[in-house]
Design a protein around this ligand. Structure first.
Ligand code: MV4
Length: 500
């Protein structure tokens, strides 16, 4: 087992990883840029080393500087967190070459899943469902023929990158030529590569992802799903586990596919398979994240598994402690990403000094944060400053608890996304759970107050009644006795989600 871990990250995730290391009796090393000289992760670590000026490309992305610090201080393991170098196979390779344990997957697995076309081919070979589509690198005339074969509507996607850049929906042949031109131009500008490919458009999909854990001894398990459809410009804002759209049978199918996908690439450590789920309950591979994810705490809250500690154990060569049948799910967890952005002003990033801080607490409330009173939030990095996660016995209780926790949360001196989350938790559509990835763009403007005539209390009461009724109805169907049991058992599914 390694003895000293360098955390090659900053902010809330660096603090999160530090805590797991310290609870495992490991020495901890922080690295920081000049903008983070007084950051929380620097304060909490046993040792801290400056790696450069604020810009990430001169500090947190500098493989040479991070490896140099690790060698200088005798760190025998590195945890990359998420973002920055966490999916950089050159970094994983550099650690391996220097005899430093990389707490994550092997570089080969990163490479296989990092390239979208290779990942798609690998998944098809492994029998993982992918969206019907074309090969990449086709000429425009070949694409026209492919669009006819696939059948409209189709989606044009950029081969060189994700996040929605270079994506264009084409609903009829007459739109194809102009959409192709626009997609190629955007892909070239964003990725320096105008190669595109086609996929069948999945209308109003949900983004459902499955957490997997794989050890070095061939054992792979999944920890259930996370619902991540509430996104803005492909940035997740709210995640939850389980999903109202996934019942026990669908969870088992998605989990089995996710495990098979991980095995197909020789995956080791924590990883996440992302899927699109259509309105008929079919799911399709989207991509694999070969790292720990921001939203991992919602899975931890409903399974009781400390994913970061399992990453440490797996990296140290330990066998997984559980078989798939040992994994139990209890209750419902929701995470709200707290960002230094102004939701009333188009989520404009707003830095500044935090003049007051009152974090929520109490039963079922968890705050993962990298801030404190007096800390200066800089805009050199991602605007996410904290995550608020709650657990409840049911989704309705989790929503009520999130509402209570958000009302306690006070961050003075900067604007934050808290008002957006408060409005979302008051939204009857969110409470119904019938959203999809288009929800924010289509139907939820921050300044729009839904059904003002409906008293908030009435909306909450209706959510509670609806939820318990849906559970009881689902239970009745199976056991004929109205026992309100785990939401994991009955998966409300869209057909079950009640209406007010
Ligand atoms: C899709 C899709 C519908 N049909 N592919 C968005 C970025 C990249 N991760 C893939 N994305 C999508 N691919 C097909 N064939 C809809 C989206 C999509 C989306 C997916 C997940 C989460 C949020 C999204 C927001 C808009 C579109």
């Amino acid at each position: 087992m390694f003895k000293k871990v360098l955390i090659a990250n900053r902010g809330e995730i660096a603090v999160r990883i530090l805590r797991a290391c310290q609870e495992r009796g490991l020495r901890t090393v922080a690295v920081y840029s000049d903008a983070d000289r007084n950051a929380l992760h620097v304060r909490y670590a046993d040792e801290a080393y400056r790696i450069g000026p604020p810009p990430a490309r001169e500090s947190y992305l500098r493989i040479d500087k991070i490896i140099e610090v690790a060698k200088r201080c005798g760190a025998d393991a590195i945890h990359p967190g998420y973002g920055f170098l966490s999916e950089n196979d050159d970094f994983a390779q550099a650690c391996q070459d220097e005899g430093i344990t990389f707490i994550g997957p092997p570089p080969e697995a990163m490479r296989l899943m990092g390239d979208k076309v290779t990942a798609r081919r690998t998944m098809i070979a492994a029998g993982v469902p992918v969206v019907p589509g074309s090969m990449a690198g086709l000429r425009d005339d070949e694409i026209r023929a492919e669009a006819e074969r696939i059948g409209y509507p189709v989606l044009i996607k950029a081969s060189a990158g994700g996040g929605g850049k270079g994506m264009r929906i084409v609903r009829s042949p007459d739109q194809l030529e102009s959409a192709l031109g626009a997609a190629r131009r955007e892909a070239l500008a964003a990725f320096g590569d105008d190669t595109v490919y086609l996929e069948k458009l999945i209308e109003r999909p949900r983004h459902i992802e499955i957490q997997v854990l794989a050890d070095r001894h061939g054992n792979v398990i999944h920890l259930g799903e996370r619902e991540c459809s509430i996104q803005r410009r492909h940035q997740k804002l709210i995640e939850e586990s389980p999903s109202v759209a996934v019942d026990e049978a669908l969870r088992a199918r998605m989990g089995e596919v996710a495990v098979r996908a991980a095995q197909a690439v020789g995956y080791v450590n924590a990883g996440t398979l992302e899927f699109l789920l259509d309105q008929q309950g079919n799911f399709y591979f989207l991509e694999m994240n070969t790292r720990l994810q921001v939203e991992h705490p919602v899975t931890e809250m409903v399974t009781g598994v400390d994913i970061v500690k399992e990453m440490l154990a797996i990296a140290a060569g330990r066998r997984l402690r559980w078989k798939q049948e040992d994994i139990r799910h209890k209750g419902w967890a929701i995470e709200c990403r707290i960002t230094a952005e102004d939701p009333i002003n188009n989520f404009m990033p707003c830095g500044g000094v935090i003049t007051t801080l009152q974090e929520p607490t109490g039963p079922g409330v968890r705050v993962e944060s990298g801030i404190y009173e007096g800390f200066e939030v800089s805009l050199y990095y991602d605007p996410m400053i904290a995550k608020l996660i709650v657990w409840g016995e049911s989704r309705a209780e989790a929503i009520l608890r999130m509402r209570r926790a958000l009302n306690e949360y006070r961050i003075g001196g900067i604007k934050t996304s808290i008002p957006f989350h408060q409005q979302m938790m008051n939204s009857t559509q969110f409470m119904w759970g019938t959203f999809d990835t288009n929800f924010l763009e289509d139907r939820f403007a921050v300044t729009y107050i839904e059904r003002p005539e409906m008293e908030l209390g009435a909306a909450i009461a209706a959510a509670l009644v609806t939820h318990e009724r849906a559970q009881a109805a689902a239970t009745m169907h199976q056991d004929e006795q109205p026992v309100v049991g785990s939401p994991w058992k009955r998966g409300l599914g869209w057909k079950h989600v009640g209406r007010f």
